[in-house]
Ligand binder design. Structure first.
Ligand SMILES: NC(=O)c1ccc[n+]([C@@H]2O[C@H](COP(=O)([O-])OP(=O)(O)OC[C@H]3O[C@@H](n4cnc5c(N)ncnc54)[C@H](O)[C@@H]3O)[C@@H](O)[C@H]2O)c1
Length: 405
C-alpha cells in the first residue's frame, strides 16, 4: 500500500491549483486499490476541503504518514518533510538562482524529488503540464487587452470567471473589428490559444492570404517555425529538429508578419541562440503595425522586444513606447499594449487542475504499481539518498554554491 498526500500550496501569491480534483482523486482510488490518498487541509485551493470529504477522502492537517506528497508549486524549505518522495515544479533544472537553496534543503532532508517538468516519455517529450491552459487564458487576455486599449468592449478578468466555457461564452458576446491576428506556436500553448480563437469562430487563413489579402472580418494565422524562420541563405526550413539543435544556422522571417498584423499572440517555445522575432529597432520602424501583444511565451528581454518585463494577474497590461523603447501608459495613443503574465494557468485553476490530474493519473500513478516499467519515475527523479541522480548531476556546482554561501 502506498499513501499519497495532496499537499497545501504555500507559495505567495497563493496558487489555487492542485494535482488532483476530488473527482480525479476518486478515479485514482478506483483505478489503484493499492493506493491510499489523504488531503492536506487548505483554505486557498480551488476545491474546498468539504468537496474532498464528500468524495470520500480524509482531509487532515497531518500528512506526515504519507509516502508520496503531490503539489504544484515550490514547497517552502521549512514545510518540506524529511525522507519523503515529493512531486512539484521545483524550477531548479535551469539552475534558477532563487531556488538553489531549496534544492540544497531537499538533499539535506533526504527527499526524493520528482519534478513535473521532467516527466517525459522515452523520447523526452513532456507528458504533464499546464501549457494548454496558458494558451486558453492567454488568448482570452489578448482579447481583453484589445478591449482595454481601444475601448471597443469590456471583458472581465479570466480569474473572475468559472471555467473555459465561461470564457468562451463571454467572448461570444463581443464583436472584434476586422483585425489580423498572428499566433505563433503549434504546441500545447499555441493550440490552447487556437481552441479559443476557433471557439470565437474567427476565420483561420493561410500565410499567403494573411500576408497578401484584406478582409472585412477578423482573421488569424497560426505559425510554426517554418513560417517565422528561414536558413541563413534564405531557404525554407527542411527539418524542424535541425533548427532546434542548430538555431545559429537560421535567421528571422517574422518581420513580414509585423507589417500586416494588429494583434500578436505569442505561444511558441524560444530556444537559446534562435533568431529574435523583432528587435527594438524593428518596432521603431514605420512598417511595424502590431498594436497589442499577448506574450504567453514570456521570455523577458528576449526574442520579442516589447516584452521588457513580465506582468501580473493583478496588473496584467503595460505599454511599450516604440520610439523610446521604454514603458509608458498603455492607453497612450503611441503605446503598444503588452500582456505578459507569466502564470496564466493560475487564472483558470479549476480546469487546469482537472486537466493536470488526468495527465498525472494516465502517466505517473501507474508507474508506482508497475515497478516503473517505462522508466518514467527514473527519468523524473532528481535526487535520491541525499544526492543528485546521475541525470541531474549537472546541477552539482549549482547546489555547491548554495553550500558555500
Ligand atoms: N505565460 C505562462 O503562464 C506560460 C505557461 C506555460 C507555458 N509557457 C511558455 O509557453 C512556451 C510554449 O510552451 P508549450 O508547452 O506550448 O511548448 P511545446 O513544446 O508544446 O510547443 C513548442 C512550439 O514552439 C516551437 N519551437 C520553436 N523552437 C523550439 C525549440 N527550440 N524547441 C521546441 N519547440 C520549439 C515548436 O515547433 C512548437 O510549435 C514555453 O516557453 C513555456 O515556458 C508560458
Amino acid at each position: 500500500m502506498i499513501t499519497f498526500g495532496i499537499i497545501k500550496e504555500r507559495k505567495s501569491p497563493p496558487d489555487r491549483r492542485v494535482v488532483f480534483s476530488p473527482q480525479a482523486l476518486a478515479m485514482a482510488k478506483k483505478q489503484f486499490p493499492n493506493a491510499r490518498f489523504k488531503v492536506e487541509s487548505s483554505d486557498i485551493r480551488v476545491f474546498s476541503d468539504q468537496e474532498y470529504r464528500d468524495a470520500g477522502f480524509e482531509v487532515t492537517q497531518d500528512i506526515s504518514d504519507c509516502d508520496v506528497l503531490l503539489g504544484v508549486k515550490e514547497v517552502p524549505k521549512d514545510a518540506l518533510l524529511a525522507n519523503k518522495k515529493y512531486f512539484f515544479f521545483s524550477h531548479t533544472i535551469k539552475k534558477q538562482p532563487y531556488n538553489r537553496e531549496l534544492l540544497l534543503t531537499i538533499l539535506e532532508k533526504n527527499i526524493e524529488l520528482f519534478d513535473h517538468e521532467v516527466i517525459t516519455d522515452q523520447q523526452g517529450m513532456r507528458l504533464i503540464g499546464f501549457g494548454r491552459y496558458a494558451g486558453i487564458v492567454g488568448a482570452y487576455n489578448a482579447m481583453r487587452t484589445w478591449g482595454l486599449k481601444f475601448g471597443d468592449f469590456t471583458l472581465p478578468k479570466a480569474n473572475e470567471l468559472e471555467d473555459q466555457s465561461a470564457l468562451i461564452n463571454t467572448l461570444s458576446q463581443i464583436t472584434l473589428p476586422a483585425i489580423k491576428i498572428v499566433l505563433t506556436g503549434k504546441g500545447k500553448v499555441g493550440n490552447g490559444a487556437k481552441e479559443m480563437l476557433d471557439a470565437m469562430q474567427l476565420c483561420e487563413v493561410s500565410v499567403h492570404e494573411f500576408l497578401n489579402e484584406s478582409f472585412d472580418e477578423p482573421v488569424y494565422v497560426q505559425l510554426d517555425v517554418e513560417d517565422y524562420v528561414k536558413t541563413n541563405d534564405d531557404q525554407p526550413i527542411a527539418d524542424k529538429s535541425h533548427f532546434y539543435k542548430n538555431p545559429e544556422e537560421y535567421k528571422n522571417d517574422f518581420l513580414r508578419f509585423t507589417e500586416v498584423s494588429d494583434l500578436f499572440i505569442a505561444g511558441h517555445f524560444y530556444g537559446e541562440g534562435a533568431p529574435v522575432f523583432y528587435s527594438k529597432e524593428d518596432i521603431a520602424s514605420n512598417s511595424f503595425k502590431i498594436k497589442v501583444v499577448a506574450d504567453i511565451s514570456c521570455d523577458i528581454d528576449g526574442p520579442i522586444a516589447t516584452t521588457i518585463r513580465s506582468s501580473t494577474i493583478a496588473d496584467p497590461v503595460f505599454g511599450f513606447d516604440p520610439q523610446s523603447g521604454k514603458e509608458i501608459d498603455f492607453k497612450d495613443p503611441n503605446a503598444i499594449a503588452v500582456m505578459a503574465v507569466d502564470n496564466l494557468p493560475c487564472e483558470l485553476p479549476k480546469d487546469a487542475s482537472e486537466g493536470f490530474g488526468q495527465m498525472f493519473l494516465d502517466h505517473v500513478l501507474p508507474a508506482f504499481f508497475e515497478a516503473d516499467a517505462d522508466g518514467i519515475l527514473e527519468r523524473a527523479r532528481m535526487t535520491q539518498q541525499g544526492k543528485l541522480t546521475k541525470r541531474y548531476s549537472y546541477l552539482k556546482e549549482y547546489v555547491d554554491e548554495a553550500k558555500a554561501s
